[in-house]
Design a protein. Structure first.
Length: 208
């Protein structure tokens, strides 16, 4: 998502939305650490005091960007997982591809979700949104574990955390759409698929 400042300044009447979109664009460009309230106000074409009408401080603004990011992220993962149809392994591959695609398509949301500052600790809404996104990965892990013999079945939460770690690591290192992306002699999707297949085969998931 790209939002460009209107050179005529702020006119459209939705200050809160203008500031969130300004912050999203600036985070995509400079990262959360580089965002200031003054930058967001300047980018939206309003006075430096204007953001205080809707947000307590910079962390609160980033937390609101992160909240929207988690909501869109959850929706993207849920569509890809599609309740594990037609089978869990196929759906897991789609899920991994969706994770990488989100990082590439939405660098601002991707960065803000994991650097929401102190506001994240104080925001039950943000914590719940984060948990709902993770629950999609946990559902995938539970479906995969259910196909394994009960005697050697690992905890689904552990598997979900390992899948998350792999997907996020590949996304952060190789699938970003900014200058921080590292070169790779294969596609990020191929790397993640190989990583997950080796991991799941080691667990004994049938079909790998």
């Amino acid at each position: 998502m790209t939002w460009t400042k209107d050179p005529r300044g702020y006119h459209h009447g939705n200050l809160r939305e203008a500031l969130i979109r300004a912050a999203l664009e600036l985070i995509a460009q400079k990262g959360p650490a580089g965002l200031t309230f003054a930058d967001a106000a300047r980018f939206a074409g309003v006075s430096p005091a204007a953001p205080y009408r809707h947000f307590r401080d910079r962390d609160d603004l980033i937390a609101n960007v992160a909240l929207r990011g988690f909501q869109e992220f959850e929706a993207a993962l849920s569509r890809a997982w599609d309740s594990g149809r037609p089978k869990a392994l196929t759906a897991l591959q789609r899920l991994g591809e969706a994770y990488l695609a989100f990082a590439r398509r939405e660098p601002g949301y991707f960065a803000a979700r994991f650097d929401a500052g102190s506001a994240a600790v104080a925001s039950p809404e943000l914590r719940e949104a984060s948990q709902r996104a993770f629950d999609v990965l946990r559902a995938a892990a539970e479906a995969l574990c259910a196909e394994m013999p009960a005697s050697g079945r690992p905890p689904a939460l552990m598997v979900a955390l390992h899948i998350w770690t792999a997907a996020h690591g590949v996304a952060a290192l190789f699938a970003r759409a900014d200058a921080g992306r590292r070169p790779l002699p294969m596609t990020p999707e191929e790397l993640l698929e190989a990583h997950l297949l080796v991991y799941l085969r080691g667990l004994g998931v049938p079909g790998t």
